[in-house]
Design a protein around this ligand. Structure first.
Ligand code: HEM
Length: 414
């Protein structure tokens, strides 16, 4: 595997990236983005998926493991085929229907909105975070980690998948027309430095949680940190979730995302005797006045060594790249137990490649996902693109305005 380096940083993009990197360390005040980059709104045209969205963007440490993008894509097609087999076998062996290859169990789907902070850092104002954008209506799916149904007190990862709707402009994939997805799990790093390693884990994990965790033993520096976080959690409401892989934020900047509970979210005390206690707890929290709230955070790439893109196992620590709040995910009070929710939720398809060029996924682990998610979705016959709140009784999304920092949210009619 090649190592990442800054050697290919060129021209204006390099200067911009480097100056932004310095600013991210706190040595300089925030700088305004270069004029050409400011144009990267959600409406900007995309480039072919395996090319950088704009000249110069490739400079941000993208390297191809197998010599070329085409050779790498051949390998990813093999991964997609393997995932189809894993998906079928791991459910058949447990007498369960075919479902998502990973994150099969839903703890609930909630509607909400992303409200951007009016005073967000100027460096964040690209793509769906650009000036004049939002609030974005969205659906979120809270999930387990493995590709089958199991009790919530089993060791497992947890997921939070977000689907912003009504996002204008051409998309990186053709199957959805108006969405921008962000997929997060409750570990800052994914299992493995790259998709090769992730797939080796996927094969081990399909046999069961114990072989899956055993994978950590041989992969202490890469897979173990994520696998050691798979202890049963109390609640989906007060966990933090990270993107694991890197993404563009405009042409010039690589970032990672995370979501953490808004300040003041109280500890939860679920009934661990219930095998579906995470669903019960999430539904109870969503039904309370104020609903659910998470802060959406962005970490800027600082340099290729401490914040690499190709090696996803290196954590971008808060010390190296302090998280910058871009807005809040607000889920008004709602009834997650509505019987229409589960079938709707099952059909949704989240994919980091659902989105616009300004947020193009980066790094080996993310490039592989472009192939694998489609395969899993097709096999389970998912793929419903929600264009709105799908007939659920949703309060009208308000116009942007100054938001109280910590006041509980009570939706109209909620
Ligand atoms: C940065 C690392 C990753 C993160 C944060 C992540 C996160 C997620 C999340 C949250 C979901 C659930 C989406 C939903 O609710 O429908 C998901 C699904 C899935 N993930 Fe990943 N994932 C990562 C890497 C990978 C890799 C490397 C692969 C395989 C090579 C993979 C394969 C899948 C598959 C097959 C699904 C099910 C897709 C579907 O049927 O719709 N993931 N992932």
């Amino acid at each position: 595997m090649k190592t990442t380096s800054a050697r290919s940083l060129t021209g204006a993009a390099a200067a911009a990236a480097l100056s932004l990197g310095v600013a991210a360390c706190g040595a300089r005040p925030p700088v305004a983005p270069p004029a050409a980059v400011s144009a990267l709104t959600p409406d900007a045209p995309p480039a072919p998926p395996f090319e950088p969205p704009y000249a110069g963007a490739e400079s941000m440490n993208t390297e191809y493991y197998l010599g070329s993008a085409a050779q790498e894509a051949t390998r990813f097609r093999q991964f997609a085929e393997q995932i189809r087999l894993i998906q079928a076998r791991q459910t058949a062996s447990r007498d369960q229907p075919v479902q998502r290859g990973f994150h099969a169990k839903s703890h609930g789907c909630a509607y909400g909105r992303l409200e951007l902070d009016p005073d967000r850092d100027p460096r964040l104002r690209h793509g769906v975070f650009a000036d004049g954008k939002g609030p974005w209506p969205l659906w979120a799916r809270f999930s387990n980690g493995v590709g089958w149904q199991q009790a919530d007190d089993e060791l497992d990862a947890r997921g939070l998948a977000l689907k912003l709707m009504g996002v204008p402009g051409p998309k990186l994939l053709p199957d959805e027309t108006g969405t921008q997805d962000f997929l997060l799990t409750n570990s800052p790093t994914p299992v493995g430095a790259n998709a090769e390693e992730f797939m080796r884990f996927a094969h081990a994990n399909a046999k069961g949680t114990v072989p899956g965790l055993g994978f950590a033993v041989g992969h202490l520096g890469t897979a173990a940190p994520a696998l050691l976080r798979t202890n049963a959690i109390d609640s989906m409401v007060n966990a933090q979730y990270w993107s694991g892989g890197a993404f563009h934020l405009g042409a010039h900047q690589a970032v990672k995302l995370s979501a953490r509970p808004c300040p003041g979210v109280a500890p939860r005390t679920p009934d661990r005797g219930n095998p579906d206690y995470l669903r019960a707890d999430l539904a109870a929290a969503a039904a309370e006045p104020g609903g659910l709230c998470f802060e959406l955070l962005v970490q800027l790439q600082v340099d290729p060594e401490r914040t690499p893109i190709e090696n996803a196992a290196v954590e971008w620590t808060d010390e190296v790249s302090p998280p910058l709040r871009v807005g809040r995910l607000i889920f008004p009070t709602q009834d997650l137990s509505d019987p229409r929710r589960a079938p709707f939720c099952r059909q949704l398809s989240f994919n980091p490649w659902h989105g616009v060029a300004a947020h193009q996924p980066m790094g080996h682990i993310n490039r592989a996902r472009r192939f694998v998610y489609d395969a899993s979705r097709d096999r389970r016959q998912g793929g419903l693109e929600p264009k709105d709140f799908a007939g659920f009784d949703v309060p009208v999304v308000p116009e942007p305005g100054p938001a109280p920092a910590s006041a509980p949210e009570t939706p109209p009619g909620g």
